[in-house]
Design a protein around this ligand. Structure first.
Ligand code: 1GP
Length: 244
């Protein structure tokens, strides 16, 4: 079973993904993270960032792969973050924005590299949701996020993404967001699409993770909170796995 089939067939429990920004982990910290991830039954490790400034991506993926069988999925902030040592790649089309490069341009450049890699490609409708102060993802992508009270825009955007043939919808408040994606918006999007829904950005505790799952998230992604305090991984993982 490939990673997408695994997500599709797994209605319960929901999946928990930890996001690793390679700039923020050294070898010791990343090793500890992976050990904890195995103990907490983390389902996927996302690797990437809107803006990587150190050249740690390759070495980080190699280290994770040497320690665990948890699938490693690239969450690329740019085409520089393609790496064949990972298992899969979220091919993100930034459908909440109107930046042609992020919708299709970068994908054209990346296509031949992706085709010759063994990466499983996960075509993903990526939606940035307003979350407070401007996030790095919003700034770097040069796009306006969907206003957090405009559920209708989010629903229509996700529906269009599904109709275009995208296989996942990822609603992201942005890494380190002040506020996570509102539960009401997650619920309305969930009610109107049939493909799996990934939700992340600004989720810092079990309560927020549980709210996302109860609203309909199939995959919950947490990066910053775990980066800051590894000890919160267990309760967030349990909230995702047991709230559905
Ligand atoms: C960001 O959804 C991810 O793209 C995770 O966000 O780092 O805020 O948990 P955090």
């Amino acid at each position: 079973m490939n990673i997408y089939e695994h997500i599709i067939h797994r209605s319960k429990p929901k999946s928990f993904a930890v996001l690793v920004d390679p700039d923020n982990y050294d070898e010791k910290k990343l090793t500890q993270l992976v050990i904890n991830a195995m103990e907490c039954k983390v389902d996927m490790i996302f690797v990437g960032g809107s803006l990587l400034t150190d050249d740690h991506l390759d070495v980080s993926i190699s280290l994770i792969k040497s320690l665990t069988n948890i699938p490693v999925i690239l969450f690329p902030g740019s085409i520089l973050q393609i790496n064949g040592k990972a298992d899969a790649l979220l091919l993100l089309s930034l459908i909440s924005g109107r930046n042609a490069d992020m919708l299709i341009g970068k994908h054209v450049v990346a296509a031949p590299y992706l085709k010759s890699s063994k990466l499983e490609i996960l075509p993903t409708g990526y939606m940035l949701i307003e979350s407070g102060p401007i996030t790095t993802a919003q700034y770097v992508s040069n796009t306006i996020p969907i206003p957090r009270e405009k559920d209708g825009i989010a629903v229509c955007t996700a529906m269009a993404g599904e109709m275009l043939g995208l296989k996942l919808i990822y609603m992201d408040a942005g890494s380190g967001a002040q506020n996570p994606v509102p539960a009401s918006m997650i619920r309305k999007v969930r009610e109107n699409i049939g493909i799996p829904l990934v939700v992340g950005g600004g989720i810092r505790n079990a309560e927020q993770a549980s709210a996302a799952v109860k609203a309909g998230a199939d995959v919950v992604v947490v990066g910053n909170a775990i980066e800051k305090d590894l000890s919160c991984m267990k309760e967030i993982a349990d909230a995702v796995h047991y709230s559905g």
